[in-house]
Design a binder for this molecule. Structure first.
Ligand code: KG4
Ligand code: ZN
Length: 340
């Protein structure tokens, strides 16, 4: 079975062909970075128009790279939300049109489920598994029970982890998108130079043990930068390294709490998976791998290009849903919000 996947929920226009035997035949991605960089972030209207302009040719490229025609596709899956609604509408409408014209099933995939299930495309993992989902819009710890069932253990009370990276980058004068740039800058810095806070660490109530908060961290970075005045290359690198170090401690501590919570409840999980754009960060991957090892869990992270937004994860999410006979009707309404 071959599935065409479409991802248009943010600033990447992407189309992919994936088989139910876990082969990625193509995964074409057109970033709108140059269009958003001038504004320092994604402009929804610009993003939607760009998806509309580019999606047809991105799909054509994906078919060409896979060396097939549309007639060989068995189903079409598109991100149905959550995301910037203009872009989601473009992807969903295109997918529905192809499904109607070719008389094949249409599947609306939850973007977060796409991230959450990617590890099953690249690795042999069975349900249930522990997942840390860290992206530009989300930061959640959960037990993935099935493609349709996610037990949320904790989530962010304010900003997402990726958002914290992007905002810190802006404060340091690093161009959008901040995550990869901060990671690069941090390599030259001293992670112990500045003591940034670990929000929520003082709260001992069990209901907060797997929760996240990043807004206090961002404020502390801003205040430090304001106090420093003119930043040298060295202080910028030290700020980036100290920030990344704090994020690492937050993610690792909350993950450890989640692992312990599962053990206390006698939930036996063998795999810990990290997914989403922030999971592309090598430093954080290594830290989280150590956390998993400390609890005798196997650590799994998708390859870097499958951590950030891409259509292969949506095609795979479609395959997972199809296996459970979860086909969507052509009257599916795109969703700006769609919690797991
Ligand atoms: O999953 P994703 O591509 O899009 C969303 O669904 O949000 O995640 C994008 C986020 C951005 O905030 C970006 O700065 C962050 O992931 N990111 C990183 C890295 N690469 C991307 N954060 C830290 N280190 C990275 N290497
Ligand atoms: Zn994403």
């Amino acid at each position: 079975m071959l599935i065409l996947g479409i991802e248009t929920s943010c600033d990447e226009t992407s189309a992919a062909i994936v088989s139910d035997r876990r082969e990625i035949l193509s995964n074409v991605l057109l970033t709108q970075l140059d269009q958003h960089i001038v504004c320092g972030g994604v402009v929804p209207e610009v993003a939607a128009r760009s998806h509309l302009d580019q999606l047809d040719s991105v799909i054509r490229h994906a078919l060409k790279e896979a060396d097939i025609t549309l007639d060989k596709i068995d189903a079409v899956a598109a991100t149905g939300g959550p995301g910037l609604i203009g872009g989601v509408i473009v992807g969903v409408t295109t997918a529905k049109t192809i499904a109607l014209a070719k008389n094949i099933p249409f599947i609306a995939v939850n973007h977060l489920a796409g991230h959450a299930l990617t590890a099953r495309l690249t690795h042999d993992i069975v349900f249930p598994y522990l997942l840390l989902l860290v992206s530009g819009g989300h930061c959640q710890l959960m037990i993935v029970q099935s493609p349709l069932d996610y037990d949320i253990l904790g989530e962010t009370m304010d900003d997402a982890a990726g958002e914290a990276f992007d905002k810190t980058a802006k404060l340091l004068g690093v161009p959008y998108p901040g995550g990869p740039q901060i990671e690069k800058l941090a390599k030259q810095g001293d992670p112990l130079k500045f003591q940034f806070p670990r929000p929520l660490f003082h709260k001992k109530e069990p209901e907060f043990s797997c929760s996240f908060s990043f807004s206090g961290l961002k404020t502390a970075v801003r205040q430090t930068i304001e106090k420093l005045g003119d930043l040298t290359e060295k202080t910028r690198a030290d700020c980036a390294a100290s920030f990344q170090y704090a994020v690492g401690e937050i993610l690792a501590n909350r993950t450890l709490n989640a692992m312990k919570k599962c053990q206390e409840r006698n939930i036996n999980l063998t795999h810990f998976v990290v997914a989403g754009g922030v999971a592309a960060n090598e430093y954080l991957r290594q830290l989280l791998e150590k956390t998993a090892m400390s609890q005798n869990m196997k650590f799994v992270a998708p390859p870097l290009n499958l951590c950030t937004d891409n259509a292969a994860m949506i095609a795979w999410g479609g395959i997972e849903k199809m296996r459970l006979n979860q086909i969507d009707s052509l009257s599916f309404v795109p969703r700006p919000r769609w919690p797991l």
